[in-house]
Design a protein around this ligand. Sequence first.
Ligand code: XMP
Length: 549
Amino acid sequence: MSVNKKEKIIVIDFGGQYNQLVARRVRENNVYCEIYSYKTPLEDIKNMSPKGIILTGGPASCYEENAASCDTGLFEMGVPVLGLCYGAQLMMHLLGGKVEHAPVREYGHIDLTVDTSSPVFADVSENTVCFMSHNDYISKAAPGFHTIAHTENCPFAAIANDEKKLYGFQYHPEVLHTTEGSVMLKNFVYNVCGCSGDWKMDSFVQESIEEIRKKVGDGKVLCALSGGVDSSVAAVLLSKAVGKQLTCVFVDHGLLRKDEGDQVEGIFGPDGSYDLNFIRVNAASRYYEKLKDVTEPERKRKIIGEEFIRVFEEEAKKIGRVDYLVQGTIYPDVVESGLGGESAVIKSHHNVGGLPEHVDFKEIIEPLKYLFKDEVRKVGLELGIPDHLVFRQPFPGPGLGVRIIGEVNEEKVRIVQDADAIYRSEVEKAAEEYAVKKLSYEGAEIWGGHLHNSRAAIIRHNYPDWMPDQYFAALTNMRSVGVMGDERTYDYAVCLRAVKTVDFMTAEAAQIPWEVLQKVMNRVINEVSGVNRVMFDLTSKPPGTIELE
Ligand code: XMP
């Protein structure tokens, strides 16, 4: 996919926590956008011929020594620039305005009054709400700038130099709490930068298929398929492009969710809908053997990752020489691995523990490496991949290995698989019932009115607020005394986890209704032998993590 031909907005990353969100919001407006570190040389930025530049927030004070900065030449390129929070302050600081510690710190939802005659505030209400998070503020605008928005404590909540097309917002338009933030960003990219919106997922699919065909020719392609969204979308894209020249290897490590291996085989295997060679390797016993007596979480991760590579290599050897290896890398992986932006890596997760060393291939193909997750999903739908797979909740590469505290064995895997299947089905059922009820209350024409959406998509769109972004059962390593019938039991405790999260970096426990939890508890105790206690994990992240290991 040649993104070079697209209209491009460059996001310059100063290390703030919402930086990827800025890029996603721009892309939601069909404008392509990439993130680069503030250290990127000005020449490189010029060579990318951006239609506009956005400077992000960041944790520092711009007047401090060694604070992240940028070349003032950026403001002389004749390209529109929008500074956000730190980015706005830095722009003022560098261009002769004044930034200092604010007498009143603003945090959270703040009333904002805007000048609706500014091109960045077209179609925005004069009195609106923004999300602020700052200790410093702009106390004097730089020459040539005037204020276009204010709050009670912030006279320069937004500033503009219309002639030079330079703008700054003290608040965060990328965060949903800024109720009209997406309109403001849209205004910047369309009204100020003059973008027309040429970034669309249907054309992405067509262009990618053509490019892959051209590149691969009659070469052989190998793909490690996990059944997750990214590798599935990458595999289908490749199969549409080169059909049977593609071989997908699916390693079933015995740590998948209940029946998941068969489901993946059903979709991609010989009876499925795609034109590709599919190899399923049932490697469960091999994994259990390697994991015997291993209790340390990182060591488990390592063993699972390494074993994956070994199994994959063995299969690849049977195929012989391949020309291309497909990876389901997506844009956040690129940014977080430090190639793009500045944000610190908080925890590195490797699905497959690196690249195989003993597979002979010419080149790696990463067809999704410019896409955010929501874009990968759109591509998946464009490609006709089943809804339930496209909207599958995230599942860690090491699978149930990190959901079973302590040693992993077949018995524990069975327990956690069965409990998890019950939990997921009850939560889904309750959420669906809620959605159907809500739609019928509203008198909505449930199936007729949404011509382009499947039934599942409409239901999903109307899920209750409590519907978690990730939820699963895990097996604690704790056994405790209970009583069943007249018998004393000494069995395991299952832990139910459910979180609401935007970026999986922070999370809150989801408020699943009590009656749903109770039903799950009853079913797990009655149907899953070896369990006599069910617990719900209330911990947010931080201090907890989403997974238990
Ligand atoms: P944590 O537990 O770090 O999880 O709060 C954040 C998100 O990452 C997933 N996760 C992993 N994914 N390999 C993966 O591919 C891993 O080792 C791993 N550990 C956690 C987790 O499911 C959640 O979505």
